[in-house]
Ligand binder design. Structure first.
Ligand SMILES: *Cc1c(COP(=O)(O)O)cnc(C)c1O
Ligand SMILES: [Zn+2]
Length: 358
């Protein structure tokens, strides 16, 4: 049965219920019976909506024809990879996948106003899609967030609410507002993850309906990792792939709560990191992130600031102007032993033009 389901009390709700959290306070997931009619999919336009039998939405009134980003064969320091170029979306990051599905859902529910909080890319993606859909967006940001990203959010006409405090304080303020206004959260709202999962579908199709052995993914709130896990799990369930790729999460040593939990270490102190897109001290979906990594026989790696910077400059010098957060997984490749014929996928998660002044 297709429905919203509470991760705590297991109560289920119809998909058209305008809620983002259960009455018990629990987080919601979506159960959806996804199918992949390959012959039909092949003939559809090359964008993320080609997997329509796997998307929990009835129609798509608003779109930039987004998705189907190129999967680039890439030689990184002698290691052969495929890089999914997710920095090529309308707002310059993979967050557009989540925002596209979520804002379309919101438009279909007839909701006219939403709230979201983000230090940058998720806020920009939600603001852009809301602008396109004629929905009012209120975006809470920390006044310490990157100025270019704040300006980007403002440019789409969103109402900016700048909070004097860190990310946790900003999230608290947004949560309070979410008692009155629908929360288009990239962390809480399960429709966001069901947009991000299309990245897995595309990778699979671009590999000839096969799956990679290993996926290296930066983790902050875990929306990319969880979206990929969801996507590959659905492909497996429908018999398209037989095995899930190993998910290798990468964090900055200066902020590595998932690394600490996974390796049973006491939580380390949080320090500033250049990988600001993954600088999240308490990811709301921590348990799900750890489950996904274990289920796929994956691992969590962490990298030093100097390694991130080195990897970033190396990518830039090769002609790829990406965000510092993107460099996490490339920095981790130095400590990752590849096997022969191992198919590895990683991502250009965000465009470097957003963070040249950071
Ligand atoms: C959001 C983001 C990440 C981290 O993704 P999470 O979903 O928070 O784990 C990595 N890189 C960029 C550019 C991002 O915007
Ligand atoms: Zn509940």
């Amino acid at each position: 049965m297709n429905s919203l389901i509470c991760t705590e009390c297991k109560k289920s709700f119809p998909l058209h219920e305008p809620i983002w959290r259960c009455a018990c306070g629990g987080m919601l997931d979506i159960t959806y019976n996804s199918t992949f009619p390959i012959e039909k999919i092949k003939h559809r336009p090359q964008n993320m909506w080609r997997y329509r039998e796997a998307l929990p939405i009835e129609r798509k009134p608003i779109s930039y024809q987004e998705g189907y980003t190129p999967l680039l064969p890439f030689d990184y320091d002698g290691k052969r990879l495929f890089v999914k170029q997710e920095h090529l979306f309308q707002t310059g990051s993979f967050k557009d996948r989540g925002a596209a599905l979520l804002v379309n859902k919101i438009a279909q529910l007839g909701i006219k106003e939403v709230v979201e909080d983000s230090s940058g890319n998720a806020g920009a993606a939600v603001a852009a899609y809301c602008a396109r859909a004629g929905i009012k967006a209120e975006i809470f940001v920390s006044q310490y967030a990157a100025q270019t990203k704040i300006r980007q959010i403002k440019s789409y006409g969103a109402k900016l609410i700048s909070i004097d405090g860190n990310r946790e304080k900003v999230a608290d303020a947004a949560l309070k507002q979410a008692h009155k206004i629908y929360y288009a959260s990239h962390v809480w709202n399960p429709f966001f993850l069901h947009g991000v999962k299309t990245s897995a579908f595309e990778i699979c199709e671009q590999l000839g309906w096969g799956n990679p052995n290993t996926i290296l993914v930066p983790v902050g709130n875990g929306s990319l990792l969880l979206g990929l896990f969801l996507g590959f799990s659905e492909l497996q369930k429908d018999g398209i792939i037989s095995k899930l790729p190993r998910l290798i999460a990468v964090q900055a040593k200066n902020c590595s709560p998932i690394y600490d939990s996974f390796h049973h270490l006491p939580p380390g102190p949080k320090k500033k990191t250049i990988a600001n897109g993954a600088s999240v001290r308490h990811p709301v979906r921590t348990k799900q992130i750890l489950d996904a990594i274990s289920t796929t026989n994956g691992n969590v790696l962490r990298v030093e600031e100097s390694e991130i910077t080195k990897a970033l400059f190396r990518l830039w010098r090769k002609g790829f102007l990406v965000e510092p957060t993107t460099a996490l997984t490339f920095a981790a490749l130095d400590q990752y032993e590849t096997k022969e014929n191992e198919k590895i996928v990683t991502f250009f998660t965000g465009h470097g033009l957003k963070s040249l002044n950071c």
